[in-house]
Write a protein of this length. Structure first.
Length: 340
């Protein structure tokens, strides 16, 4: 649905990383570079917010405040799948899949031992990137908001696979699956949006949601819209930003700890490699994301894969893989909240 012409790329690459990649890539440089230049033109337009302003109707705020506390989530076992997804006819995880037991890793230990009360009294904020309704509300999501050190679009349409599976669908599904796992471990889980708002919310509201929820930790779930030749996942941690309304100094260190745990857990559980077209060893640090600049609780982003890459797209459209992705996220949060 949302195509690259609308600039769905919301987490653009660092140029230095790209240049390193193209240098190494040797023979494929011309093709990759040509593709990337087109992609970058889109990316520069769409950092954390996209879609050109074309609609003329007046903006209206999203309905209500962040919603989705889910005390009534399925009473599944800690590693049980989420069976309710309409697009997951086969919700049973492959017992041979990497990470369902995840031996030998700290996050895997959390997966296999977390009890139904392991996270009792703890609150987790999950932030499903974008909103399936954003594409129909370009005026609203193009409104500029203050992220402390800059102003940028309220929200973006997000990217999609070539076949049209949208990032917004992906992020909501993975977040719901992670919520089910975390709830089964005793956590209170709040979703910034749960398919219950017509658009958004804006990135500043997504950050504020963590404060409002008194969250102990937050993860923003995304799928990247990178160059078709690039694949893999990466985690984005906050750089220290003290500017204007932003002051995230207090969350930088704990967010870095969460980011490392998430990087390790996600790779262990999903088998997805680190991104080969952006970041370094699956990690990036940025100061241009409102959701991190304005957060007052430990928070990271994860780009679970590159939806424009055919191999990643195949995985991301597989409900069983999405269950693994959710498991990786939930395990990292569990370890973060139960260890120091
Ligand atoms: Zn995104």
């Amino acid at each position: 649905m949302t195509r690259t012409t609308n600039g769905p790329q919301d987490e653009p690459p660092r140029r230095s990383r790209l240049l390193r990649t193209t240098t190494v890539a040797g023979a494929v440089v011309p093709l990759c570079l040509a593709g990337w230049l087109g992609w970058q033109a889109v990316a520069d337009h769409g950092r954390d917010g996209t879609a050109p302003a074309r609609a003329a109707e007046a903006a209206a705020p999203p309905s209500g405040s962040p919603a989705g506390s889910s005390p009534g989530a399925p009473p599944a076992s800690p590693s049980a799948p989420l069976p309710a997804s309409a697009d997951a006819p086969n919700g049973t995880p492959d017992p041979t899949a990497p990470g369902t037991t995840a031996p030998g890793s700290a996050s895997g230990a959390a997966s296999s031992t977390a009890s139904a009360t392991a996270l009792a009294g703890r609150t987790v904020l999950l932030d499903p990137g974008h909103n399936p309704g954003n594409a129909a509300h370009t005026t609203e999501i193009n409104r500029q908001v203050d992220i402390g050190n800059a102003r940028k679009e309220c929200d973006t349409t997000g990217t999609s696979t070539n076949a049209g599976y949208s990032e917004a669908e992906f992020t909501l599904d993975v977040s719901r699956r992670a919520r089910a796992i975390l709830t089964a471990r005793g956590a209170t889980v709040v979703l910034v949006q749960d398919g219950d708002q017509s658009w958004g919310p804006c990135i500043d509201a997504r950050a504020k949601a963590g404060t409002t929820a008194h969250a102990d930790a937050a993860v923003s779930v995304h799928g990247d819209g990178g160059p078709p030749g690039g694949s893999g996942f990466h985690v984005i941690m906050p750089a220290k930003v003290v500017a204007g309304k932003a002051d995230n100094a207090a969350i930088v260190a704990p967010s870095n700890r969460l980011g490392l745990l998430l990087r390790d857990s996600f790779r262990t559980v999903t088998g997805e490699p680190y991104a080969d077209y952006i970041a370094s060893q699956g990690l990036d640090t940025r100061s241009d994301l409102g959701g991190l600049n304005l957060s007052t609780v430990p928070k990271v982003f994860i780009e679970c894969g590159n939806m424009r890459n055919s191999s990643d797209a195949k995985r991301m459209t597989d409900p069983q893989w999405r269950q693994q992705a959710a498991q990786g996220i939930a395990d990292a949060l569990t370890t973060f909240l139960t260890t120091r």
